[in-house]
Design a binder for this molecule. Structure first.
Ligand code: V07
Length: 255
């Protein structure tokens, strides 16, 4: 807890943390399944969308703390390909959140040198959502700080299926041979080809499953689950997850 806390408090950026990063202690890439927004609202007698709105405020907080700590990549599962099955009113509200978030936060993200990226498919996404997120990606593409990677309309099996299709096409065209394929070939055809795999997966709200999130990429990641619902998730919870990760790494390293 202490070792990450001191640097976080000092408000340093990743450029100031080479030693810690080299020791492999601070996870470079953290992925989060932000679950429990609907349940949070229900417990309070509020509509589900109130939980999503509150969850968005937590995104703002966690992005700030992650960026200040020197985390290199933060991937947030914002909308899954399965979320289309929810009531239309809820889906419409959810797909308005990227714009709302960016309207309030994009200037701060730019100020903090954060790069916004996206994984997922643009299929069926409303134009207003697409325009807002594409503008954020473009406006931050020359930034050199933390990569804030939103998984929006993302599903891991779909991602792998598309990777297989594009590799298959290259084979059909005679540009690749089946025997030459490696794990790197698959990595290169996933939507995360530009990123290292997550070191740490956090899931809130007590569910112990992956829900079609980064199935390939999480093969060697540490998992940290908490019963805390996403709207109640605090900076201290995030710091605790990292501290647990660091302890696990130290144990492995010690043998
Ligand atoms: C969403 C708030 C967080 C809890 C989980 C569900 C609701 C931020 C975004 C977002 C996405 C892309 C982007 C900028 C912001 C978001 C959705 C839902 C669909 F470029 N929060 N958030 N998108 N929730």
């Amino acid at each position: 807890m202490l070792e990450i806390f001191s640097k976080w408090k000092a408000n340093l950026t990743s450029a100031d943390l080479p030693d810690q990063a080299e020791e492999g202690k601070l996870p470079q890439h953290i992925a989060i399944i932000m679950d429990g927004n609907g349940r949070w609202a229900k417990r309070k007698g509020l509509p589900r969308i109130a939980g999503h709105r509150e969850g968005m405020k937590v995104v703002t907080k966690i992005v700030r703390v992650a960026s200040n700590m020197g985390i290199e990549v933060l991937t947030l599962y914002a909308f899954s390909t399965e979320n289309w099955k929810r009531p239309k009113k809820e889906v419409d509200y959810l797909l308005g959140l990227p714009e709302r978030y960016l309207k309030a936060e994009l200037p701060k993200l730019i100020e903090n040198n954060v790069q916004v990226r996206l994984i997922g498919t643009t299929d069926h996404l409303p134009d207003h959502t697409l325009r807002a997120v594409e503008k954020a990606v473009k406006d931050t593409e020359s930034n050199t700080g933390m990569i804030l990677n939103f998984a929006l309309n993302y599903g891991s099996r779909y991602e792998m299926l598309e990777a297989v299709k594009s590799i298959g096409r290259l084979i059909e065209e005679g540009k690749l041979s089946a025997d030459s394929l490696t794990e790197e070939t698959i990595h290169a055809h996933l939507m995360t080809s530009q990123l290292n795999d997550p070191d740490l997966l956090i899931r809130t709200s007590g569910e112990i499953r992956l829900s079609n999130f980064m199935l390939w990429q999480l093969a060697y990641s540490e998992f940290w689950f908490t019963d805390v619902l996403w709207p109640d998730f605090k900076e201290q919870d995030f710091v605790e997850a990292i501290a647990v990760y660091q302890k696990r790494k130290r144990r492995y390293g010690g043998v």
